[in-house]
Design a protein around this ligand. Structure first.
Ligand SMILES: Cc1cc2nc3c(=O)[nH]c(=O)nc-3n(C[C@H](O)[C@H](O)[C@H](O)COP(=O)(O)OP(=O)(O)OC[C@H]3O[C@@H](n4cnc5c(N)ncnc54)[C@H](O)[C@@H]3O)c2cc1C
Length: 510
């Protein structure tokens, strides 16, 4: 079969790799001059920074994405992973992993010391956390099982799910209120929602447990809490995330797949409600049996296809699709290693305990400039060669509105870079003197890179009751994958669920 992949984000690449390794004639069309979407790196003057990942969940063997990459042979193409962990710093306390490992519950015990009034709630939280991890583990094993084994896993799954059903519709805010009294403690578990542009009152409560896997704060924790509960680790990628893109590219091209860069798909042809081909750069028309589209949903369906071919329900879904906003990202070159001061590869600095209002303001176009918090990522902790000799690379980013209430990103970007560095200096004193280069990326830069009108940095905003665009679209032979699809954003989910989709399509093609 002749298959067109429109866009080379991780969703497009995973689909392409499965089709190519199964003998199909695969062509990837990417409008940018590099593959990978937000996984393509940013490089300048001997430095290399990552954009669309900091730490990725589940990349090890026996873990969801790791098993997909293993199945595709990606690990044999010069790609490796490294367990890593993240650090949280709040306005008046931080959660630092102890120098000497203190067991799988050290974080819970440390929080009990900090918030003794909520000690019972923390024990209860850990019980629920364990159950949720059991459910995720069972769901994962179910996905790889067939026949009687699959049936038995389903029975266990429903039995474990039953006690959680009464709380299945609770919001994250309600869930936190159920466990804890301290506003600060609640923030330990929901602060990450700022990165999702989703207010705690609008995010599914049970999702909070999945967003806070304990080993992501200390990689020394064991994978298994009990026989049924496997916690997944977070990973850095030596050489940067583009190593994954390079390895996938090798898998695809070694199997005969073709890559077409600088190739903007300006039209997806539809005949009798079926996708039949594409137009490249408004010039070349090519026929295909199957089209897999990646990239911004509204841009693909409204601009590249046309409303004329969509059902009213599909248009309604697109019009009401909740999207995240952007990031303001400053890449720094440093003449010293900041990681002893930031406390590792990836640190979340929060300057607020009010995430409900903070997220609402960002969505309304107000930019805090770093006042409410920022994230630091130091890739040279795992790969010194991502900077020139004796130098270090660091990215500092905040979430930000896609469009500012006042002014343009172009007119304010240098001023906001100074502001963000001043906030960074408060947390990492002395760092300003070590900055030898800086370069900034605003949502406008990402829009150009990704060919989108709205830069949604993690794709779909995971609001209660809303879902992404389904893989199976209202047009035959056209499938849609990526961060605005039913998977939502995040590399782990996109890899695993796109793999499931593609394997099903391959079965049907046989
Ligand atoms: C700053 C940042 C930090 C993140 N941190 C993490 C993290 O720590 N962990 C994690 O799991 N995830 C993280 N993510 C999210 C994750 O990286 C993304 O959800 C994921 O990579 C998006 O993949 P995608 O398949 O949707 O494609 P995208 O990366 O959005 O790429 C789509 C591609 O399609 C191309 N394209 C679009 N339209 C056309 C067209 N008409 N013709 C040809 N080509 C086209 C674009 O040029 C682009 O290359 C982060 C993202 C960002 C930006």
């Amino acid at each position: 079969m002749k298959i067109a992949i429109v866009g080379s984000g991780i969703g497009g690449l995973i689909a392409a790799a499965y089709f190519a390794t199964n003998g199909h004639d695969v062509h990837i069309f990417e409008q940018y001059h590099r593959l990978g979407g937000v996984l393509a790196p940013y490089e300048s003057k001997g430095y290399k920074w990552d954009l669309g990942q900091l730490l990725i969940e589940g990349l090890g063997q026996g873990e969801p994405s790791g098993d997909v990459l293993q199945e595709l042979g990606v690990f044999k193409k010069g790609f490796s992973v490294l367990k890593d962990d993240r650090r949280y710093v709040f306005p008046d306390f931080s959660i630092d992993k102890p120098e000497e490992y203190q067991g799988p519950r050290w974080r819970i015990e440390k929080l009990k010391e900090l918030f003794p009034e909520d000690a019972k709630g923390l024990d209860k939280y850990y019980k629920y956390y364990t159950r949720l991890i059991e459910l995720l583990t069972i769901g994962y094993r179910l996905g790889w099982s067939k026949g009687l084994k699959a049936f038995l896993w389903k029975v266990v799954l429903y039995a474990k799910l039953l006690p959680l059903i009464p709380k299945s519709k609770w919001s994250a805010k309600r869930m936190m209120d159920y466990f804890f009294t301290s506003k600060k403690l609640k923030c330990v578990f929901i602060s990450i929602l700022a990165d999702f542009f989703t207010q705690p009152s609008n995010f599914l409560g049970l999702g909070v447990f999945a967003l806070n896997p304990e080993p992501s704060f200390d990689k020394r924790m064991p994978a298994h809490i009990n026989r049924l509960a496997q916690q997944f680790y977070h990973y850095s990628i030596p050489g940067g995330i583009s190593m994954m893109v390079d390895a996938l590219e090798k898998v695809i091209t070694d199997s005969g797949g073709k890559i077409h860069l600088n190739s903007l798909v300006t039209q997806i042809h539809v005949k009798d409600n079926s996708a039949t081909g594409i137009t490249i750069n408004e010039a070349d028309n090519l026929d295909f049996d199957l089209v897999i589209a990646n990239g911004g949903a509204r841009e693909i369906f409204y601009d590249v296809i046309s409303r004329d071919y969509l059902t009213p329900e599909f248009i309604e879904h697109l019009d009401t699709l909740p999207l995240m906003d952007g990031v303001f990202m400053v890449h720094l070159g440093l003449d010293y290693d900041p990681s002893p001061l930031t406390g590792g590869v990836c640190t979340y600095y929060y300057n607020t305990y009010d995430f409900e209002d903070g997220i609402a303001l960002a969505k309304a176009g107000e930019y805090h400039g770093g006042k409410e918090g920022f994230v630091t990522h130091v890739p040279t902790t795992h790969t010194p060669s991502m900077a020139p000799a004796n130098h270090y690379a660091m990215t500092v980013y905040t979430i930000c509105p896609d469009i500012l209430q006042e002014g343009s990103w172009e007119s304010v970007k240098e001023r906001y870079t100074d502001v963000l560095i001043a906030y960074l200096e408060e947390k990492v004193p002395g760092i300003s003197e070590h900055i030898v280069m800086r370069t900034v990326m605003t949502p406008d830069d990402f829009k150009q890179r990704l060919h989108v009108k709205h830069f949604a940095f993690g794709g779909l905003a995971p609001e209660i009751g809303k879902s992404g665009i389904p893989f199976i679209t209202c047009i035959e032979n056209l499938y849609y994958v990526g961060a605005q699809s039913q998977t939502g954003g995040g590399i782990n989910r996109i890899i695993t669920e796109t793999a499931n989709l593609t394997k099903k399509l391959l079965e049907n093609l046989q």
